[in-house]
Design a protein around this ligand. Structure first.
Ligand code: SF4
Ligand code: SF4
Length: 275
């Protein structure tokens, strides 16, 4: 999680309602449900704060490792023990060693990556998503759990934009994102990421699936399973961690996404496109 940025939006800590900790290993747990991650963050925060100074971080680390009940999803990704809630309301996930949090000198060298890496890492969402795409997430998602999942899911965001812009025949303009109906329509689509009814049950995180020390990009076998061509929403379905047991389920999934798309286009066209 970097400290400052020349990027227009600081995606890690965009405002006082939410933040992201994905690159610090937030979601890299077998059970990465909201409840499970909330429990880990609460444990780490309370334990860390109970160590009243920063001279006994090793003791914190030992106690934290002993108390953890979850297991890592992908072994070679580091799950940092210094990720916690950095506000009293537990709305913001962040680095408990960050100088702006400790008010002290740089302590991130106590973590596996070290301060230089932590400070200089900007995930691909900074460069692969346009400012408008980034804003669509920041404006419409206001909780840490969903925000981190969506802002780091480049395929999900870009594909939704691609389908919308193909339909309306122009780019979505950043100046139009302040419209409340647009914010609601984006939020309704992005919430699929947490509410998706066809979510695979095991070892998935977005488009990746994990098997022991390996990870791969997941695929939906349309031809092999049902003798049909790939869905036009294939990338979105994969990002949503879809697993289907029948063609009916696949068709239902397509309809749900199409409804989100249609809703967005109706709101956007009514507000901003002259007929
Ligand atoms: S995954 Fe990206 S947005 Fe999230 S904390 Fe890391 S650098 Fe920031
Ligand atoms: S020390 Fe580095 S890896 Fe750990 S929470 Fe802070 S920024 Fe993330």
């Amino acid at each position: 999680m970097p400290q400052s940025s020349h990027h227009p939006i600081m995606l890690c800590q965009p405002d006082d309602k939410k933040s992201c900790g994905a690159c610090c290993g937030l979601y890299n747990w077998h059970d990465h449900s909201r409840d499970a991650l909330n429990a880990i963050l609460k444990l780490q925060t309370e334990l860390f704060l109970s160590h009243s100074n920063y001279d006994n971080l090793n003791s914190y680390r030992v106690l934290r490792n002993r108390a953890l009940k979850n297991t890592k999803l992908f072994e070679t990704i580091y799950n940092c023990e210094f990720l916690g809630f950095i506000d009293t309301d537990h709305k913001k996930v962040g680095c408990m060693l960050h100088p702006e949090v400790t008010g002290s000198t740089e302590l991130r060298n106590h973590c596996f990556y070290g301060a230089k890496v932590c400070n200089e890492h900007f995930c691909p969402s900074f460069s692969c998503l346009s400012t408008t795409q980034q804003q669509s997430v920041v404006r419409s998602v206001d909780d840490w759990y969903l925000y981190g999942l969506v802002i780091t899911d480049i395929d999900l965001v870009k594909e939704f934009f691609k389908h919308i812009e193909n339909k309306i025949g122009e780019s979505i303009k950043e100046k139009n994102l302040g419209n409340p109906g647009i914010t609601d329509a984006f939020g309704s689509f992005y919430r699929l990421k947490q509410d998706w009814k066809f979510k695979a049950r095991q070892n998935r995180l977005g488009k990746y699936y994990f098997s022991e020390a390996e990870y791969n990009i997941a695929r939906i076998e349309y031809g092999k399973e049902w003798g049909v061509p790939p869905s036009r929403f294939d990338k979105i379905l994969v990002s949503l961690e879809s697993e289907f047991s029948s063609l009916d389920q696949l068709n239902e999934a397509d309809i749900i996404i199409d409804e989100k798309l249609t809703r967005f286009i109706r709101v956007y066209s009514t507000a901003f496109i002259e007929s």
